[in-house]
Write a protein that binds this ligand. Structure first.
Ligand SMILES: Nc1ncnc2c1ncn2[C@@H]1O[C@H](COP(=O)(O)OP(=O)(O)OP(=O)(O)O)[C@@H](O)[C@H]1O
Ligand SMILES: Nc1nc2c(ncn2[C@@H]2O[C@H](COP(=O)(O)O)[C@@H](O)[C@H]2O)c(=O)[nH]1
Length: 184
């Protein structure tokens, strides 16, 4: 049975870094979602999202979608099915609401990886270093945007504390080996 590594967690925790590592090291591609937010400095227009206008976003058919501030984000079941045509394991980055939607719909195929750090300060430091606007960082690291793991999803989550990259690499190796054993 094909698997989806569903990645969620607070901004700056390392979700994108981990999905890129899974792609490069284990040939586990990321299923891109769609957003109306602008491209960040240093972000590739092909690598992280399908960047949409409000008009083009409205024409798409989403499995689930959310709004952060004035920007929309959404993912489709078709994109996932397409990715599974070529790869038995794929990854997808969503927020906590998106994770809940996927778990409700296809939990047997989902490996829910919740990425975080042991402190909020570490998240802020990384986002500052990444070049994010300090006002946006404050927004991202408070309220619902913080993407705290709710009690209702704790039983489904595999929590990975990404404080130290070498340890994260080791944990990912174990996770991928375990998932590969469950295929078929
Ligand atoms: N283990 C780590 N140690 C130090 N820096 C890290 C680690 N993992 C990721 N980073 C760095 O932290 C920054 C944030 O990582 P990344 O962009 O992957 O986070 P994210 O969770 O995808 O954030 P967002 O939700 O805002 O897109 C990046 O500059 C990345 O290089
Ligand atoms: N529910 C969904 N959440 C999504 C989707 N694509 C991305 N995201 C999440 O949005 C926030 C903000 O992302 P950023 O790239 O602007 O930092 C983050 O939590 C993403 O995981 C989606 O299709 N559905």
């Amino acid at each position: 049975m094909q698997k989806l590594i569903l990645i969620a967690g607070p901004s700056g925790a390392g979700k994108t870094t981990i999905s890129e590592y899974l792609a490069n090291k284990f040939n586990i591609p990321r299923v891109l979602t769609h957003t109306t937010r602008p491209i960040r400095p240093g972000e590739s227009p092909e690598g992280s999202y399908h960047f949409e206008t409000e008009a083009s976003f409205k024409k798409l058919h989403f499995f689930e979608h959310v709004k952060y501030g004035s920007y929309q984000y959404g993912s489709s079941r078709e994109a996932l099915e397409n990715a599974w045509l070529d790869h038995d394991i794929v990854s997808l980055i969503v927020d906590i609401k998106g994770a809940a939607s996927y778990l409700a719909a296809i939990s047997s195929q989902v490996y829910f990886l919740y990425i975080t750090t042991s402190s909020k300060e570490m998240l802020a430091e990384r986002l500052l270093k990444r070049g994010d606007d300090p006002h946006k960082i404050k927004e991202r690291l408070s309220g619902s945007e913080l993407n705290v793991l709710p009690d209702s999803l704790k039983k489904d989550a595999h929590v990975l504390i990404n404080d130290n990259w070498q340890q994260t690499e080791k944990k990912l190796l174990t996770i991928v080996a375990g998932l590969r054993k469950t295929l078929n």
